[in-house]
Design a binder for this molecule. Structure first.
Ligand code: UDP
Length: 491
C-alpha cells in the first residue's frame, strides 16, 4: 500500500507580496520533496485567483476560509492589499485576526479525520497561529519572504517601542550595536509615526510576542551572507532559524501566476539581444511602488544624460491612479519617449517587465531597484549589482545591508518623497556601470555572492548546500515532533 504523504498547511497574509513567496515555497516543497502534500489556506477571492495560477501538474490543495471585508469596515471584496490604499492595510491586518476560529477549525478537522498536519507554516503577521498550533499539538514555523537582516531589524524596531526617546536623527536598534545604526530616513512611514500607541504598534505589540510559541523561522535567505540577522533571530527569539533561500517562482510558474504575457517576454528579449554584453541598466520599483512626478522627471533626465541603454518599468507617479494609462508626454521630459525610441537606447515597459528574463540576460549590467527582497535575490542569483532606491517596509534595511555589509549595492536615493537630482543619479549609474574601481569591486563581490548562492542550492549526492540542508533540518524537526506526539498517544 502506498504510504500517505505528510501534509503541510500553509497560511500567508492576504497580500500578493506574501502569497507569491508562500506559493513559491509550496511548489518548492512539492517538487523536491515527494513525500509531502500541501494545503494552502486563504480567503475566497485569493483562493479563486490562486486556482488559475497553479501549474497544471500541481496537487496543492487550495482551502478557502470565509472572510467578509465589509463586516470589518473595509470596502466590499477587499481580501488583498492589492486592492487597498496603503492606509487601509493595517485594517486588513487587524481584520485578519478574525480568521482564527475558521483556521483552527481547518486544523482540528484534519486531526479529527486522522490526518493531523505535519506542520503549519504561517505568515510573519499571523503570530496568533502559533497559539493555535501549540494548543492542537502541531509543529509550527513562521515563513519570512525577506532576508534575516531585514526581518531582524523589523523585529527589533517593533518590539522595542517607543523609540521616542531618540532625539537625534540616528539611533541604534537595541541588541544590534553598530550594525544597525538607523537613520530616520530609513524608516517606513508607519515606523516613523510609531509611538507605541498607534494601530501598527498595537498590532505588532501582539503579533511578535506570540512568536514565542512557534518552533522556528524559515527565512528566504542564504546563511553564508546573512549572518548578522541569522544570529540575532536565533539568540533573541531562542527559536530555530532555517535559511532555506532562495525560494523564488520559476520562469514557468511565473507565467502561470499571471502578469507575464509571451509577447512582452519576446519583445524584451529581442531588444536585449540587440545590445552589447553588460550594457543595459534595468530599473524597477517592484510590484507595487511608484515614484513621485518630480523624481520621475529627474530619473528620466539622468537616463538620457548617462548615455546608457536601459529598460525602465514605468507606472503613473504617486498621486495618480496606478491603473490609469501612462502619460509619457506629461510625466517625462518633452520628447523623451520619441528620442529613446529613435535612438533604440531605452525601453519603457508599462507597469510590468519580465524581470527574470531581463536579469538573466547577458546584456544586463546593473539593476536600479527598490530593494524588495525577491528582486534582491533575483539580481544576486544572476550576478547583477544593485543601485538601491528603497521605498518602504524593510527595503531600507535591505539596502543598508547590501551596501554596507555585502558590498553589492550603492544607494542612490531613499523613499517616495526625497528630492533627487539627476546629476547625482548619473554619478551613481556611472560608478556602478563603468570600469571604475568601485564598479569593479562591486562586480567582484556580486560574483562571490552568486557563487555562495549556487553552493547553498547544491543538491547532489555527497554535496548538499546550506539551504538544502536547512530545509531537510526543518522537515526532520517537524517529523521528530510528530513522532514524539504519536509515541505519547500510542503509549
Ligand atoms: N516583478 C516583475 N516585473 C516587474 C516588477 C516586479 O517580474 O515589472 C516581480 C519581481 O521579479 C519580483 C516581484 O515582482 O519577483 C517583486 O517582489 P519584491 O520582493 O522585489 O518587491 P515587492 O513587489 O514585494 O515590493
Amino acid at each position: 500500500m502506498a504510504q500517505s504523504k505528510e501534509n503541510i498547511v500553509m497560511f500567508p497574509f492576504m497580500a500578493q507580496g506574501h502569497i507569491i513567496p508562500f506559493l513559491a515555497l509550496a511548489l518548492h516543497i512539492e517538487q523536491r520533496h515527494k513525500n509531502y502534500s500541501i494545503t494552502f489556506v486563504s480567503t475566497p477571492l485569493n483562493i479563486k485567483k490562486l486556482k488559475s495560477s497553479l501549474p497544471p501538474n500541481s496537487s496543492i490543495d487550495l482551502h478557502e476560509i470565509p472572510f467578509n471585508s465589509s463586516s470589518h469596515g473595509l470596502p466590499p471584496n477587499s481580501e488583498n492589499c492589492d486592492v487597498l490604499p496603503y492606509n487601509l492595510v493595517i485594517h486588513l491586518l487587524r481584520a485578519s485576526t478574525s480568521l482564527k476560529p475558521a483556521f483552527k477549525e481547518v486544523i482540528s478537522s484534519l486531526i479529527n479525520q486522522g490526518r493531523p498536519p505535519l506542520c503549519i507554516i504561517a505568515d510573519i503577521f499571523f503570530g496568533w497561529t502559533c497559539g493555535v498550533a501549540k494548543e492542537l499539538n502541531v509543529f509550527h514555523a513562521i515563513f519570512s519572504g525577506s532576508g534575516s537582516y531585514g526581518l531582524a531589524c523589523y523585529y527589533s524596531f517593533w518590539t522595542n517601542l517607543p523609540h521616542n526617546k531618540v532625539t537625534s536623527d540616528e539611533f541604534v536598534l537595541p541588541d544590534f550595536e553598530e550594525a544597525s545604526r538607523i537613520h530616520k530616513s530609513q524608516l517606513a512611514l508607519n515606523m516613523l509615526e510609531a509611538d507605541g500607541t498607534d494601530s501598527w504598534s498595537l498590532f505588532q505589540g501582539e503579533n511578535f510576542p506570540a512568536w514565542v510559541n512557534s518552533n522556528g523561522i524559515l527565512c528566504n535567505t542564504i546563511e553564508e551572507f546573512d549572518q548578522i540577522g541569522f544570529i540575532y533571530l536565533k539568540r533573541k527569539l531562542g527559536l530555530s532559524v532555517w535559511p532555506v533561500g532562495p525560494i523564488l517562482l520559476s520562469l514557468e510558474n511565473r507565467a502561470n501566476a499571471g502578469k507575464e504575457g509571451g509577447t512582452s517576454i519576446k519583445f524584451c528579449k529581442e531588444w536585449l539581444d540587440s545590445k552589447d554584453e553588460n550594457s543595459v541598466l534595468y530599473i524597477s520599483f517592484g510590484s507595487m511602488n511608484t515614484i513621485s512626478a518630480s523624481q520621475m522627471m529627474q530619473l528620466a533626465m539622468a537616463l538620457e544624460a548617462s548615455g546608457k541603454n536601459f529598460i525602465w518599468v514605468v507606472r503613473p507617479p504617486i498621486g495618480f491612479d496606478i491603473n490609469s494609462e501612462f502619460r509619457a508626454s506629461e510625466w517625462l521630459p518633452e520628447g523623451f519617449e520619441e528620442r529613446i525610441r529613435d535612438s533604440k537606447r531605452g525601453l519603457l515597459m508599462k507597469n510590468w517587465a519580465p524581470q527574470l528574463e531581463v536579469l538573466s540576460h547577458r546584456a544586463t549590467c546593473a539593476f536600479l531597484s527598490h530593494c524588495g527582497w525577491n528582486s534582491v535575490l533575483e539580481a544576486l542569483i544572476h550576478g547583477v549589482p544593485i543601485i538601491g532606491w528603497p521605498m518602504a517596509a524593510e527595503q531600507f534595511f535591505n539596502a543598508k545591508f547590501l551596501e554596507q555589509e555585502m558590498g553589492v549595492c550603492v544607494e542612490v536615493a531613499r523613499g517616495k518623497t526625497c528630492e533627487v537630482k539627476h546629476e547625482d543619479v548619473v554619478a551613481k549609474i556611472e560608478l556602478v556601470m563603468n570600469e571604475t574601481d568601485k564598479g569593479k569591486e562591486i562586480r567582484r563581490k556580486v560574483s562571490e555572492v552568486r557563487e555562495m548562492i549556487k553552493n547553498a542550492m547544491k543538491d547532489e549526492e555527497g554535496c548538499r548546500g546550506s539551504s538544502v540542508k536547512a530545509m531537510d533540518d526543518f522537515l526532520s524537526a517537524a517529523i521528530s515532533m510528530k513522532n514524539k506526539i504519536n509515541g505519547r498517544v500510542n503509549n
